[in-house]
Design a binder for this molecule. Structure first.
Ligand SMILES: C[S@@+](CC[C@H](N)C(=O)[O-])C[C@H]1O[C@@H](n2cnc3c(N)ncnc32)[C@H](O)[C@@H]1O
Length: 236
């Protein structure tokens, strides 16, 4: 008895791993994580499909356990990479307690699809060598550390925050001319990129009508300039 936790990638159906795509083809039951998983990935599968969006943890566990008891192959499909804001451990624990093995198949996170959309690096010599991945407080998180984390001056990726963009960026303790990009639906056909600074990004995002499914990337890497050459490709 085994459940595969598979990263679906950021949206583009070609950005799932070969292994993830094979497991989907072989699955009898696919429990997918709502609208952030491209329907093209699961719609045509022979498997039974269940949207976990409005299900409780207990319901999801029960559905997967029932399928396993019938000898079915079960895939739990998460957007991007399951290790980022995927809440997979709380799903694994009750399965493991009932003797089910779990396997995680990584995926391309929207973080990397965002960098790709912006044609930039998240770590860039002379600009920022480190990356902070975070999210604002909200329904499922009581307190966050945005203000102090921003003081490090590194590249910062903020998930799950575009619906409160004004409040999110106001709390960041960085100069007002710090570059910011908001990428909606990175890698999807309707991808949108809005760029600006901490000062004006909120108005620009509001004007663009982006209220969900977007990543906020803060820092000099957004500008794609001011970097130094790495030692990797220096002339010999
Ligand atoms: C519950 S988290 C899941 C993140 C996912 N595990 C990943 O690695 O991308 C959902 C948040 O991820 C971001 N997100 C997911 N897919 C996205 C995409 N294609 N483009 C931009 N942001 C995306 C948004 O911030 C969204 O609110």
């Amino acid at each position: 008895m085994k459940v595969y936790f598979v990263g679906a990638g950021p949206g583009d159906r070609e950005l799932i791993t070969v292994k993830g795509a094979r497991l989907l083809e072989e699955a009898d039951l696919v429990v997918y994580a709502g609208s952030l998983v491209n329907p093209e990935l699961w719609q045509e599968l022979r498997a039974e499909k269940v949207d976990s969006n409005h299900l409780s943890l207990e319901e999801t566990t029960r559905i997967m356990m029932e399928a396993l008891a019938q000898g079915k192959k079960v895939v739990r499909l998460h957007s991007g990479d399951p290790a980022l804001y995927g809440a997979i451990l709380e799903q694994m624990k009750p399965l493991e307690e009932q003797g089910v093995e779990v396997e995680v198949v990584p995926g391309v996170s929207s973080l990397f699809a965002t960098a790709a959309a912006l044609k930039t690096q998240l770590t860039l010599k002379g600009v920022s060598e480190s990356l902070i991945v975070t999210r604002p407080a909200g329904t499922t998180l009581e307190e966050d550390e945005r203000t102090s984390l921003a003081r490090h001056g590194t590249t910062m990726a903020v998930f799950l925050g575009v619906d409160r963009i004004r409040e999110v960026v106001q709390a960041l303790d960085r100069p007002s001319d710090t570059p910011v990009a908001v990428v909606y639906h990175a890698s999807w056909p309707d991808q949108k990129i809005v760029t600006g600074t901490l000062e004006d990004i909120s108005s620009r995002v509001e004007e663009a009508g982006i209220t969900r499914s977007a990543l906020i990337l803060v820092g000099g890497v957004v500008r794609r300039s001011g970097f130094r050459r790495s030692h990797l490709y220096r002339s010999r």
